[in-house]
Unconditional design. Structure first.
Length: 222
């Protein structure tokens, strides 16, 4: 279940993926993490499925909430509905809980939101295309949306050329629609599908930025 903790970064920025080298400095630094507009709360729902002959199968859905100075993510198993992990971060630090250890870990150094805005995530994907870290391989329609199909540029593949990374983005905004990463021989397959992306008013919705109580969980630092 290690992929869960990196869901938002994989799903919405796509800077790193299995079998893909890091983009060059120009792409990686083209867009800094930009805060969500004051008074707004961005909410994303992404479903991640993992399969493969050498993978631990999983099917989870993650909600991510991001404001100008705080964020929270919570992941549930799709079949059981049980909470798998949860993280909340803000000016005072970051709190993380996971079901496996039933422990709440506080990190003082991790302050502010853990994620960028929708605009930043899309701009990072656009920058990777400009830098040829991702290249257009086709076009499609998802629902009513015109979409681009992107693959890893030849210069950015690792020594394992069998890995495939297929990224589908909105043709106009470059907002991520889905991303599928497949290791050689199908030993590991991860598919990320963005099911919802919406902007809410922060007023009346601040509760979504607070970590659950987890009263019985052990507390730890670091």
């Amino acid at each position: 279940m290690a992929t869960i903790t990196t869901l938002r970064r994989v799903a919405l920025t796509g800077v790193l993926a299995l079998g893909v080298a890091a983009p060059s400095a120009s792409a990686a630094t083209a867009v800094d993490k930009t805060a969500v507009a004051a008074g707004k709360l961005e909410h994303t729902v992404s479903r991640v499925t993992v399969s493969g002959s050498r993978a631990v199968p999983s099917d989870v859905r993650t909600h991510v909430y991001v404001s100008a100075n705080a964020s929270r993510s919570l992941t549930r198993d799709v079949k059981s509905g049980k909470l798998v992990s949860e993280t909340a971060s803000g000016p005072g630090g970051s709190f993380t809980w996971d079901a496996e250890t039933d422990k709440v870990r506080f990190t003082k150094k991790a302050t502010g939101p853990a994620y960028g805005s929708f605009a930043t995530d899309a701009a990072n994907l656009r920058a990777q295309v400009a830098d040829k870290a991702l290249v257009e391989t086709g076009r499609t329609v998802v629902g009513t949306r015109q979409a681009l199909v992107l693959g890893v540029g030849p210069a950015y593949r690792t020594s394992d050329p069998g890995t495939e990374d297929v990224v589908v983005v909105d043709a106009a905004s470059f907002a991520l629609i889905s991303r599928t990463t497949t290791a050689p021989g199908g030993v590991f397959v991860q598919k990320v599908v963005v099911e919802r992306a919406e902007t809410l008013e922060l007023a009346g919705n601040k509760k979504f930025l607070k970590l659950g109580k987890h009263k019985a969980a052990k507390r730890a630092r670091g």
